[in-house]
Ligand binder design. Structure first.
Ligand code: ADP
Length: 997
């Protein structure tokens, strides 16, 4: 039978996939059930040599998405039509059939040492990979385009295609070509797709980043809602699985909070129904979150199969032990597991007990705040410059992933936060223990990823060794923890980590240690990874193999002696096997009697002759069979060890999670110790008292560039519990601070550092401050008067207003809101009015805690009007007409904005600075006259005569002025006058072009 796997895959999928997200190609077409192809293997031609009827590969790629999958399924493209396949040569038919079953993927078709790509796949991939496009044979009179990827560079090219959002179907040879030849001279080698590689289903180390999770996430909207999901209160379930580690999380959120969740999860690939993906706003967020979108038919979102699958993978009959799951969540799980099944062709992933996530569990941070605060990614896109990069002191890939996931989802439950802080605190104090644990962790490989690869049958000897070394590291860490517990014992969360690590000691670890050599090779295929002494039969076979090799060496020496040809050699190559080689000049004795009876001629080369003997053939046979036997035993050992690991999958999952958690708490302790962080006090009050707070990222950047010390600052929102910072009103319950001060004074830094301190505290980390008391924050908002969001096609002001609306609708009295220069994107009075009204609303209705940086000094008047508002300013000092930034926050409002001094510092030409100074004086004079309330068009800049402009004066008359001066209107004819007018216009145009250049 031909292609059983891909045919059943096609039958299951019966559907058209996608693609037109970003630079992804849109493919939309239905695989059809290919006819069984018993006859297909009877021909030995390569696909490109055939004459098959094939039309429209390009047309197939270009087709637009059809709404109804069933409709798409009904119109198979001509290329895969039964007629096309029936009339093709067997090898071409084999290719077409496999391609037909995987129409949405680029097909990598194994031929010897290459993966070959044909037709449109070749065109698309050669362009994406920058490799040569060639042709082979003809189709309907047209060249078949083709390109190839050598096996040894396959991973590298695969990674590049996946990064660009493509999906790849890997089609392998399922038998040795020799086997095919045995069936008949023209038999086609059996091939089939063994795996679909998509952005969310990667397992290879070379395709993954060590410190980054790679989620495959399915989203499913609860039945009922039919208007736009985004921004609505409708429920939507998210189920995520990293198949490279088995990490899994399931939860529900609202349509309004969905973008924040997507950015938090940052999946590699997102699965959703067509209907949901039709929402363009949602597609944009998916793209921003960095995911490739894959539409699936509604039928895949089946809660019954989701529940069944989840129970089966977790090995339970009831899910109660893991929490309660809604039908919507189980439907998302259903699609997720189904997709894994389809892409892994039935191979089962490892699944760790799912984490429950949802609105009530975590500090909610919306998508815009996440990017504005640069939590795990900096604005530039990479990790550098983010909070994560500044605090990451982990020493393992799994630890780095756990840290990133904690940072992306800070907690909201005070007792859980305390439990984490207790662990960190313990390891801050226990310095020796911390160093020992980090040493042990450094030698711990990524057990989770190794176990997952082994489960998918893609593991190698190094994955076995990774489990062995990981278990050894876990055992060492467990022993150290117990020994380091001290009289007081360990905090309970650390004790729990220790208990899980202790499971590492046991028969599996000793078995792996006994069975494997210290440093096994990468590939399982060639053997060489089983330790001598582990299996007697293997030792025997190896001895025989090696002894026979010695016999071969002895044979060579004897033949040299017998023939008298000193340069005679016994050599080996893949075609002839072992042979005897002499140069042409020395061949004579071997081809003449009596030696010609022993030495049989095999090959004549330009410079050498090759021979064989009965003895040689016999010894070669012995070597080959001993080597084959040794290899077979090694494969057996591999299978046994993989089986033993699979049997302990759950324990290994728990151990690898414990190692990751230990790495995180030890790393946070190291950070706290090295950077002088303190334990925050966390409770359910509405306090926000940060004394001597610092910005974790800016502080480190200043230290690295030796640009002077970071100036710490207090931030006390609400009624001070202990004492008010100097200059503040003791009795005032100021929940919102208005922060003024010149540009570059440090307003943004101050705002963000307080938001980051809240995030750090609630993720269970120490914080950069002298002391911190934080009443749990439920939602965190951070907005900067935004830059134009051109990618999303909205203006600065529009973005700002949409985002501000989001805050006003969602902030509660437990939220923390950071607004930096809101209202900047419109006319002064509009902006001021919007900022004013926003502040009033946050104060009166939301009643949140907040920091509001503004350049509208008018807003400082709110301090007197609203009981919960206080003014602070970031201090500067004037010195010889220059300003010095002190970066110190104090009570009160800035007296001026110092914009012109800052502009001078920035290197604006002296003339412009002088002119700006004059204009400012005029404006200020008029403002004083009118009591500070004059609308702009009444100000002297517009009403009074314009003073002589020093810039224009310095430049002298322009060419237009000169030309105008030279004209005498009395002497002009009407035609001449018109010509002069054109000339003047021309002069004006060229003057403008040269001034803008
Ligand atoms: P603003 O928002 O007022 O324009 P920023 O917060 O962007 O100012 O700060 C400008 C620069 O000043 C920062 O890049 C940083 O280098 C420096 N800076 C800000 N705050 C401090 C501080 N507290 N201590 C030391 N340097 C600071």
């Amino acid at each position: 039978m031909g292609s059983p796997v891909s045919i059943s895959f096609a039958a299951n999928l019966l559907y058209a996939f996608h693609r037109q997200v970003g630079n992804r190609i849109s493919v939309d077409m239905a695989p059809r059930k290919g006819p069984a192809r018993a006859a297909a293997q009877q021909d030995a031609e390569a696909p490109g040599d055939g004459e098959a009827e094939a039309a429209g590969f390009s047309a197939h790629y270009a087709r637009a998405g059809a709404e109804d999958p069933a409709a798409t399924a009904a119109t198979p493209p001509a290329l895969y039509s039964p007629e096309a396949i029936a009339s093709a040569t067997p090898s071409m038919a084999q290719y077409l059939e496999i391609k037909a079953a995987n129409p949405d993927c680029i097909l990598w078709y194994r031929m010897g040492d290459f993966y070959e790509l044909f037709f449109e796949d070749a065109v698309v991939a050669s362009e994406a990979l920058g490799i040569v496009l060639t042709k082979r044979g003809k189709h309907l009179g047209e060249d078949i385009r083709m390109c190839g990827v050598p096996i040894h560079r396959a991973d590298e090219y695969l990674q590049r295609l996946i990064r660009k959002g493509f999906r790849v179907a890997v089609c392998e040879q399922l038998e040795d070509p020799a086997e095919a030849r045995r069936r008949g001279a023209k038999a086609v080698v059996r091939r089939d797709v063994v795996r679909l590689v998509t952005p969310g289903t990667l397992t290879e180390e070379s395709l993954l980043e060590a410190g980054k999770r790679n989620y495959l996430t399915a989203i499913f909207r609860a039945p009922g809602g039919d208007s736009a999901l985004l921004g609505s209160a409708d429920r939507v379930a998210l189920a995520s699985l990293d198949i490279s580690t088995g990490e899994c999380e399931i939860g529900e959120t609202s349509g309004a909070d969905l973008p924040g969740e997507l950015v938090r999860l940052s999946p590699g690939e997102l699965l959703a129904t067509d209907g949901l993906l039709a929402e363009s706003e949602l597609r944009k967020w998916i793209e921003i979150a960095g995911a490739a979108a894959t539409p699936l038919p509604n039928a895949h979102f089946d809660s019954v199969s989701g529940e069944r699958g989840l129970k089966a993978r977790l090995g339970v009959t009831e899910l109660g032990g893991f929490g309660s799951f809604s039908r919507t969540e189980l439907a998302a799980v259903g699609a997720l597991l189904k997709y894994v099944d389809l892409t892994q062709l039935g191979k089962q992933p490892v699944l760790r007990p799912p984490r429950r996530t949802g609105a009530s569990a975590a500090l909610l941070i919306d998508a815009a705040s996440r990017s504005s605060l640069e939590l795990v990614r900096a604005t530039s896109g990479g990790k550098d410059g983010s909070l994560l990069a500044a605090i990451d002191r982990t020493v393992t890939g799994a630890g780095a992933r756990e840290l990133a996931s904690r940072l992306a989802a800070p907690l909201r439950d005070a007792s859980e936060i305390h439990a984490r802080l207790d662990c960190v605190g313990f390891l801050v104090e226990a310095e020796r223990l911390r160093a020992d644990l980090r040493d042990a962790l450094r030698s711990a490989p990524d057990i989770a990823r190794a176990v997952s690869r082994l489960a998918f049958g893609r593991g190698g000897p190094r994955d076995l060794a990774a489990v062995r070394d990981g278990l050894a590291a876990a055992e060492t860490a467990a022993v150290k923890l117990t020994a380091g517990a001290g009289a007081m014992g360990l905090p309970s969360a650390l004790e729990d980590i220790g208990a899980r690590l202790a499971k590492a000691a046991g028969p599996l670890q000793s078995e792996l240690a006994a069975a494997l050599v210290d440093e096994p090779p990468h590939l399982r295929r060639d053997g060489g990874f089983v330790r001598a002494g582990y299996r007697a039969a293997l030792d025997e076979a190896i001895e025989l193999r090696d002894a026979s090799r010695n016999v071969m060496a002895a044979l060579e020496a004897r033949y040299v002696e017998e023939t008298g040809v000193k340069s005679l050699k016994v050599r080996h190559n893949n075609i002839l096997g072992f042979f005897i080689e002499v140069t042409q000049q020395n061949a004579k004795p071997l081809v003449s009697p009596p030696l010609s009876d022993t030495f049989r001629h095999r090959q004549t080369m330009s410079n050498a002759m090759r021979f064989t003997t009965t003895e040689l053939v016999e010894i070669e046979g012995r070597i080959a069979s001993a080597a084959e036997r040794a290899l077979a035993i090694e494969q057996e050992v591999f299978a046994e060890l993989s089986g033993a690991i699979a049997a302990k999958e759950a324990d290994l999952g728990a151990i690898s999670a414990a190692l990751a958690e230990l790495d995180v708490v030890a790393a946070l302790a190291e950070l706290a110790h090295n950077e002088g962080y303190v334990r925050p006090e966390i409770d359910d009050s509405d306090a926000f008292e940060i004394i001597g707070g610092r910005h974790p990222v800016v502080e480190q950047a200043l230290a690295q560039s030796r640009a002077g010390p970071f100036i710490d600052n207090d931030c006390v929102l609400g009624r001070p519990r202990v004492e008010a910072p100097s200059g503040f009103d003791e009795g005032k319950d100021a929940r919102i601070w208005i922060v003024t001060g010149p540009n570059m004074a440090g307003k943004s830094t101050f705002l963000r550092q307080n938001a980051l301190i809240a995030v750090l505290a609630q993720m269970g980390s120490y914080v950069p401050a002298r002391s911190a008391h934080i009443g749990i924050v439920d939602r965190l908002f951070s907005r900067v008067g935004a830059a134009d969001d051109i990618a999303r096609g909205r203006s600065t002001f529009m973005v700002e207003m949409v985002e501000t609306a989001g805050i006003l609708n969602q902030a509660t009295d437990r939220s923390l809101v950071i607004l930096d220069e809101i209202g900047r994107g419109t006319a002064t009075f509009d902006g001021l009015s919007i900022a004013w009204a926003t502040l009033e609303y946050l104060h009166d209705v939301s009643r949140c805690r907040g920091l509001f940086a503004t350049h509208y000094h008018e807003l400082t008047a709110l301090e007197g009007r609203l009981s919960g508002v206080a003014n602070v300013t970031v201090d500067v000092k004037e010195w010889h007409d220059e300003i010095v930034f002190l970066h110190k926050v104090r009570a009160g409002a800035a007296d001026r904005s110092y914009g012109i001094q800052v502009a001078k510092l920035a290197g604006l030409p002296a003339k412009v600075v002088a002119r700006a100074g004059e204009v400012l004086k005029l404006l200020e004079k008029a403002d004083r006259r009118s009591g500070g309330t004059a609308p702009l068009d009444e100000l002297p800049l517009f009403a009074a005569a314009r003073p002589v402009n020093p810039i224009a004066e310095a430049r002298g008359p322009s060419p237009v002025e000169d030309a105008l001066g030279a004209i005498n209107p009395d002497e002009l004819t009407p035609k001449k006058a018109l010509d002069e007018l054109y000339r003047l216009k021309g002069l004006l145009r060229s003057a403008r072009t040269s001034s803008t250049n």
